[in-house]
Design a protein. Structure first.
Length: 278
């Protein structure tokens, strides 16, 4: 335990020394506690830009998103390796310039070769240091990727509670639809008749065959075009030219012919007519 005299002496001595006061002394003393780690502000040496280190750290943290202390430590080592590699590249350029300035009778045709031949040991040591930092960078990067692959799988969020259906607002009653306008009554089209021979309708009403013509105009390939039975139809013109009766050899009534009764008209190809022609 210190005595009262020792305590008083320490107090007087502390008032005499308050640390460095000049800018150079403060710059040297700030390096006394220099330690490795991205969290230390002393990683930035005089002449370097601290904002660049801050941006580099934020970019790597945003990209990798460390979740554990181990991941954060490895990420700090990666950022520190990058800063150190940038510093060594600047150091290489400064060393070359320093050797060129201090070399007497520098060969203007090959200044770099002249400098390297005189200071090859310095450049080899610097290159070895750069290779070591680069290996450390890749080793820590691989380690970080392994740590990230060991992360536990993300759990699915609990399902949200189903929202209670809200009562729909009352809809106004729709206006009554207007009554449709009355449509004209469609009348059936009259049955097409022969335009030149009104006797066709009377013969059809009595059941007399129309001289080997089909009963409907649509069944005739000639009359279906004009829409009615014409007296110039080939079926009619090929019948008997005198009284308009069927050809000789055919029964007078359609129902008496076992071949034409199913067709509904007297066919020119009926075997009665063909037999008579033969």
């Amino acid at each position: 335990m210190a005595t009262e005299r020792q305590t008083e002496a320490n107090r007087l001595n502390s008032q005499k020394s308050t640390g460095p006061r000049s800018a150079e002394g403060k710059a040297r003393s700030c390096l006394n506690a220099l330690k490795t780690g991205i969290d230390s502000e002393s990683i930035v040496l005089p002449g370097e830009d601290p904002a660049a280190v801050k941006v580099l750290q934020e970019e790597y943290e945003q990209h990798h998103q460390p979740q554990t202390p181990e991941e954060r430590d490895v990420l700090d080592a990666i950022v520190f390796s990058i800063c150190l590699m940038r510093r060594l590249r600047i150091l290489e350029a400064q060393l070359t310039q320093h050797e060129m300035d201090s070399t007497e009778n520098l060969n203007p045709a090959a200044p770099f070769g002249h400098v390297y031949s005189n200071s090859s040991q310095k450049f080899a040591h610097l290159q070895s240091r750069m290779n070591s930092v680069e290996r450390s960078f890749h080793r820590n990067l691989d380690r970080l990727e392994r740590l990230k692959s060991q992360r536990p799988p993300l759990q699915d969020p609990p399902p949200a509670e189903a929202a209670q259906p809200q009562p729909e607002p009352a809809q106004p009653e729709p206006a009554p639809a207007p009554e449709p306008a009355p449509q004209p009554v469609e009348t059936a089209a009259p049955t097409p008749q022969s335009a030149s021979n009104p006797d066709f309708a009377e013969r059809r009403r009595r059941g007399v065959p129309l001289w080997a013509h089909p009963a409907r105009p649509e069944d005739c390939p000639h009359c279906r075009v004009i829409g009615f039975i014409g007296d110039q139809c080939p079926y009619i013109r090929t019948t008997h030219p005198n009284a308009g009766e069927p050809r000789p050899g055919h029964p007078a009534r359609l129902e008496d012919c076992p071949n034409c009764r199913n067709l509904g008209y007297i066919s020119p190809n009926c075997h009665y007519i063909r037999k008579e022609q033969e």
